[in-house]
Ligand binder design. Structure first.
Ligand code: RET
Length: 256
C-alpha cells in the first residue's frame, strides 16, 4: 500500500510496518493501534453509563463529555495509525493537534460540570479554555518547526510560551477552583482533587515527551503522547465517573 493516507489498512501493510527494523517504531505503531481500541472501549463504556437512568442533568452531561472525548479520540487515533503506518514512520502531527484542540477543552469543562457551577463561573472557564487553546496552538507551531529541522532558537519561544499556558491552567485549577472544591460533597471533592492531579502530573508528561524527542527522535515522543492520551482521557473519565457515582445518592448532591 503506497498511498500516504489509506482508508483501509491491509494485513499486508500492517505486517510490513511491524517488521520495521527499529523496535521503537514498531512499539509506537502498536501503541497507536492499542490507543484506538482503548479509546473505543472508553467511549462505549461511558455511552452505556448514559442508559442507566441514575444521572441528573449535569452529571449526564459530564458522562456525555467523557464519551465524546473518547469517541473523538478513537476516530483520530484510527487516522493517526493509518498515517504512521502507511508512511512507515511519519508523524501524524496535524491529526494529533486536531484531536487535542477538540478534546482538551472538553476535559477541562468537566470541572464546572461536576462542580455544578457552570452558570456562576463562566469567566474562570473562559480563561481555562483560552489558555488551553493557546497552549495547543503555540505547541503545534513549536512541534512543526522542530519536525522541520529548524534551529531551537526558532521553536523554543513557542515551546516556552506553551509551557507558560499550561502552568497558568494548573494555577487556575489550584487557586480559583479551590473554594468550590472545598464546598463540594467530600467524595466528589476527592474525585475532583484527583482530576486536578491528572492535569498537574498527567499533562506535564507532554512537554517532557516533546523534549525527549530532541535526544531520542520523534518516535519516542509519539509513543509517550499515545500512552499519556489513554491515561488522560479514559483514566480521567473513569475518575470523574467514580466521583459522580459516589455522590449521586449522597446528601446535598441531588439539588444540583
Ligand atoms: C506541547 C508542546 C509544547 C509545550 C506543551 C505541550 C503540552 C501539551 C499538552 C497536551 C495535553 C493533551 C491531553 C490530551 C488528551 O488526553 C503541545 C506538547 C506544554 C498538555 C491532555
Amino acid at each position: 500500500m503506497t498511498s500516504c493516507l489509506p482508508l483501509i489498512a491491509s494485513a499486508d501493510s500492517l505486517s510490513m510496518a511491524f517488521n520495521l527494523d527499529d523496535p521503537i517504531v514498531s512499539l509506537t505503531l502498536y501503541t497507536f493501534a492499542a490507543a484506538t481500541v482503548a479509546m473505543g472501549a472508553g467511549a462505549a463504556y461511558f455511552a452505556l453509563m448514559l442508559f442507566r437512568g441514575d444521572l441528573d442533568s449535569e452529571n449526564f452531561t459530564a458522562i456525555t463529555v467523557s464519551a465524546l472525548v473518547c469517541g473523538i479520540a478513537c476516530v483520530n487515533y484510527h487516522w493517526m495509525t493509518q498515517v504512521y503506518q502507511a508512511s512507515r514512520g511519519d508523524f501524524p502531527t496535524a491529526v494529533r493537534y486536531v484531536d487535542w484542540v477538540l478534546t482538551t477543552p472538553l476535559l477541562l469543562l468537566l470541572f464546572p460540570l461536576l462542580l455544578g457551577m457552570w452558570q456562576e463561573s463562566k469567566w474562570v472557564f473562559g480563561t481555562l479554555i483560552g489558555l488551553d487553546l493557546a497552549m495547543i496552538g503555540l505547541g503545534f507551531a513549536a512541534e512543526v518547526m522542530l519536525n522541520s529541522g529548524l534551529p531551537w532558537a526558532q521553536w523554543a519561544p513557542f515551546f516556552l510560551l506553551s509551557c507558560g499556558c499550561e502552568l497558568a491552567i494548573v494555577g487556575v485549577l489550584f487557586v480559583s477552583l479551590s473554594r468550590a472544591m472545598d464546598e463540594a460533597p467530600a467524595d466528589l471533592a476527592a474525585g475532583l482533587r484527583v482530576l486536578r492531579l491528572f492535569v498537574l502530573i498527567g499533562w506535564a508528561v507532554y512537554p517532557i515527551g516533546f523534549l525527549l524527542s530532541l535526544g531520542g527522535g520523534g518516535d519516542v515522543r509519539e509513543l509517550i503522547y499515545n500512552v499519556a492520551d489513554v491515561v488522560n482521557k479514559v483514566g480521567f473519565g473513569l475518575v470523574a465517573h467514580s466521583g459522580i457515582a459516589a455522590v449521586t445518592s449522597g446528601p446535598g448532591w441531588g439539588r444540583r
